[in-house]
Design a protein around this ligand. Structure first.
Ligand code: F0G
Length: 423
């Protein structure tokens, strides 16, 4: 077998066709690929991915499926369910770099909010729903702070399977709920928080055989790995010193670590970049565990304006610890005020992203000011979600609360003299 499921704790192996998300011992599962065999079979090298021009179902495979043999080699091209996810821009931005105190040639912002449903989730969803259909699952589910539900809804529709999403009452941005409703998935608003929703999804998997598309699903993480590889191709394989990104349920932290570990094993890169995972201070169990030398995760009641990462009991904790160790990484926390200030700069620079994504840039600022990220180092920040996901946060900042960098609209009479005042 070219790919298997393997327990990250005891190493026990299972077939990819087993419908399971944890090992008999209770730990998380990885998708394990036979990298040596794949390398030989496809001639995997930097040049292979820099020049590959393949098609799936008649469409060019940029993005996730560009890396098909390292993501889901077992699937036939005809069985892939894709919306051409990935291929996201890697921005340079002088204004944000100046605010961070970095030379603009040292900063890149990769915008995962430019995926089909507006977040990085689509990269994982295309793979997990493809696997769900290969396993003939009749219903797919997720717990979500919003983006996963939007993505699941769109892909369940595309795949023609029943979708069911659980979201915490009062904690999901309007753009995201709107998507889940509009794409036609049944949405259950749970009187509880995200961690309650996640618990129900795990129970639904065990008792109702509903197939979860949360990041506990190892196939989701296989798709999200491609954010790292795609960045490396865009950088012509120059490994940046840092990747900085937000941490909530820690799916990206886990997937990104696996991606770079595999790239290293395959000889695609010869040094590992460092990770900086940024949490909101009101939802920072991973940050606290890091400060405590990863002695253990203490779940907490989460609270932050960045609702996407309002998570107190991340399911991928053990995989995320592994990623921090592989990359000599750090974990930082930022206040809601710091997130809003960073968001004002990212938005005002003409790029824009939702609050959780701007935790990335807020965290960069803290780490640069503290000298952890040095000014001669190259930094890639991942912006995880689109600016239009959470328009309420923008209205609150610019109009209702008039934040420090607020740009409120002005009401005028219908006269050219009034217009002139503002030019
Ligand atoms: N950024 C955004 C915009 C997100 O939606 C999420 C997670 C994260 C960051 C954190 O990523 O969980 O891999 O550490 N959103 C999930 C959801 C939980 O349900 O949409 P993570």
């Amino acid at each position: 077998m070219i790919s298997l499921l393997q327990c990250i704790a005891c190493g026990k192996k299972y077939s990819l066709s087993d419908v399971r998300f944890t090992c008999d011992c209770g730990s998380l599962l990885d998708v394990l690929h036979d990298l040596d065999a794949l390398k030989k079979q496809f001639g995997i090298s930097q040049a292979y991915y820099s020049t590959k021009r393949a098609k799936i179902q008649g469409q060019p495979t940029g993005g996730v499926w560009h890396f098909k043999e390292l993501v889901l080699p077992s699937i036939g091209d005809e069985d892939v369910i894709s919306k051409q996810e990935g291929n996201t821009r890697l921005y340079r931005n002088k204004k944000t770099a100046a605010w961070l105190g970095l030379d603009h040639t040292k900063l890149y912002l990769k915008h995962e909010g430019e995926n089909p449903t507006g977040s990085f989730k689509d990269r994982g969803m295309t793979v997990a729903i493809t696997q769900a259909r290969a396993l003939r699952q009749r219903a797919v589910t997720c717990a979500s702070t919003g983006n996963t539900s939007a993505s699941l809804a769109a892909y369940a529709s595309e795949a023609g399977v029943t979708g069911l999403v659980l979201i915490p009452k009062g904690s999901v941005a309007i753009g995201k709920i709107s998507q889940a409703l509009a794409y036609g998935t049944k949405t259950l608003v749970v009187d509880g928080d995200f961690d309650d929703c996640m618990r129900l999804i795990r129970e639904a998997q065990e008792t109702l055989q509903a197939y979860p598309l949360n990041s506990i699903n190892p196939f989701r993480l296989e798709g999200q790995k491609t954010i790292m590889w795609e960045t490396l191709v865009q950088l012509e394989w120059r490994v940046p010193d840092w990747f900085v990104f937000p941490g909530g349920n820690l799916g990206n932290t886990s997937a990104f670590g696996k991606a770079l570990h595999e790239a290293f094993e395959l000889g695609l890169i010869d040094k590992m970049p460092r990770f900086a995972v940024i949490q909101a201070s009101g939802a920072s169990p991973f940050y606290k565990a890091y400060k405590n030398n990863f002695a253990g995760l203490v779940p907490e009641k989460a609270d932050t304006i960045a609702t996407a990462i309002k998570i107190g009991d991340p399911v991928n904790y053990t995989k995320a610890v592994r990623s921090i160790r592989w990359t000599n990484g750090v974990v930082e926390s930022v206040s809601d005020e710091e997130i809003l200030e960073a968001k004002a700069h990212v938005d005002g620079s003409g790029i824009g992203a939702e609050p959780a994504s701007c935790a990335t840039v807020a965290g960069m600022k803290v780490l640069i000011d503290a000298g952890v990220i040095r000014k001669n180092e190259t930094v890639v920040g991942i912006l995880t979600g689109n600016i239009l996901k959470d328009p309420q946060s923008i209205v609150d900042y610019h109009i209702t609360h008039k934040g420090v960098h607020a740009n409120p609209p002005a009401d005028i009479d219908a006269s050219i003299d009034e217009v002139k005042k503002y030019l």
